[in-house]
Every structure is written in structure tokens, then in C-alpha cells.
Design a protein around this ligand. Sequence first.
Ligand SMILES: NC(=O)c1ccc[n+]([C@@H]2O[C@H](COP(=O)([O-])OP(=O)(O)OC[C@H]3O[C@@H](n4cnc5c(N)ncnc54)[C@H](OP(=O)(O)O)[C@@H]3O)[C@@H](O)[C@H]2O)c1
Length: 264
Amino acid sequence: MSVTTILITGASSGIGAALARLYARPGRQLVLWGQNSSRLEATAAQCRAAGANVEATSFDLTALDEVVARLESVDTRFPLDLAIFNAGLGGSLEIADIAQDRQSVERMATVNFTVPVIGANMLACRMAERKRGRIVLVGSIAESFPLPMAPVYVGTKAGLALFAEALALRVARYGVGISLVVPGFVDTPMSQGLKEPRPFLISAEMAAAIIARRLEKGASRIVLPWQFALIQALTGLLPRFLLRMIFRLAWRISVAAHSRPSSP
Ligand SMILES: NC(=O)c1ccc[n+]([C@@H]2O[C@H](COP(=O)([O-])OP(=O)(O)OC[C@H]3O[C@@H](n4cnc5c(N)ncnc54)[C@H](OP(=O)(O)O)[C@@H]3O)[C@@H](O)[C@H]2O)c1
């Protein structure tokens, strides 16, 4: 499928910015969404320098009515071939916290789940009328694991993964493709904030290159880097209770280490 018009959310940083730079070329219309205007403008300038036409808009995705109105306007002016819902909010809870506060749950659930789900439903209908188009949802390898340090994050990503799978089955007959991207650790501000180790870390540029290459082949599920595809397949063979036991033990060790008084 020749791709001319592309929407990327979260284009002001990390994977989204790297994807924007990679897709930027003469003849391409890029629609870039972000929140931080100076960082988004920096990505937009790089993409314009590479010859792309760019419309960059900074706004907060938690304003759902604005998301819907902007999406309608964008897709009417530039019928999208590819829409990449990449924006996301991460972060682990402090061990001392019992659970996540209401306001941050609401923001995380909206950015990570509600926005891509509303956007994908809207665009699936519009793309189905045109009988072409691909919607990409950026999830996380965390979808597979009951991480006690981030229950809301893993919940949003697990929900997104199942939604992507079900929507793909539903809209395939209309010529609309749905792809789920499942990153392991990518070196971006989001993962740089983690306290945990980041095995098999790759750069945002490498992640963007893998994603674009696999999308070109119409992949419906892109796990990256490949080591995480293997880890996911192997841990998927474990009975769920065993996986829970492993995480319960690891969590107990973390809590005990945190509670131990530090030596003078
Ligand atoms: N990095 C990893 O290791 C990793 C692993 C698994 C999954 N992922 C997923 O990959 C995606 C991209 O993350 P990243 O690593 O590139 O992180 P990042 O560098 O922190 O970028 C996140 C992007 O989301 C945007 N965003 C967040 N909240 C927003 C809001 N309320 N309104 C508008 N935009 C908002 C940010 O905009 P501003 O910066 O302008 O606020 C930024 O452009 C996310 O969905 C993340 O869950 C990343």
C-alpha cells in the first residue's frame, strides 16, 4: 500500500518523534500531535527539512471532545493512509503507595486506552468507506505480565492488545488493517524514568526502523526487539499461577529491600 498521509500521536518525543523523522520525505503529509509545543515543533522542523509537509498540533489528549473534532478535521482534509496512536503515559508507583491516585489513573487510562480506542473506531469507519488504511496501536510488552509496580499501566496495555486483536478481525473485510506494536525497552524519556533494569534496550531510531519495516509487510503484531517475542512466547507457556508466584516473590523481595533500614 502506498502511504502518503500519516498521523502520529506522541510525536514530540521518543518513538513517535523517531517515526515522524523516519517517515518524513517529499510528497508525504505528516500530521504530528504532541503536548509539549517546543519539542513537537523541533520534530516538525526536522521533518520539514526532510521534505515532508507537516501539520503539527500541540494539545492535551485527555480533552476527548477536542481529540474527536481534530481527528474528524484531519481525516477530512488529509484522508489518512496510516494512523499511529503512539502517545502514552508510563511510570511506576512508589513502593510505599498502596495504589495509584484517581487523577493519575484517569489520565493514564485516557491517554493509553480511551484515546487510541476512540480514534481507532472512528478511523476504522472512515477508512472502511475508502477501503484502505492502517491503524497502528502502540502497546507494551507489559501487557503480558502482572507487574505490581504498575497495575494501571499494564491494565491499559493489556486492554489495548485485546481490543486491537478483536478490531482487526472485525474490519479486515473492509480493507482496513490494524497493527499492534509491542515494545520491550526503548531508550526514551519514558523508560529512562524507570528504576528497574532495561534488558535488550534499543534506541528509538532502531524501534522506528523495525516498526516501519514490519508495517510495510502488513504485520498485525510487532514485538520488538525480537528477544521479547521469545520471552513472551516462553512465559506464555507457563501456567498463570506460576507466573503470579514469580511476580509475588520478586515483589516481596523489592518491598523487603525497600523496608530495610539503610546502614549509617
Ligand atoms: N520506551 C519504552 O521502553 C516503551 C516500552 C513499552 C511501550 N512503550 C510505549 O511506546 C509509546 C511511546 O512512548 P515513548 O517511549 O516514546 O515515551 P515518551 O518519550 O515519554 O513519549 C510519550 C509521548 O506521548 C505524549 N503524551 C503523553 N501524554 C500526553 C497527553 N496527555 N496529551 C498529548 N500527548 C501526550 C508525549 O507528549 P509530550 O512529551 O509532549 O508531553 C510524548 O510525545 C507509549 O505508548 C509507551 O507506552 C514504550
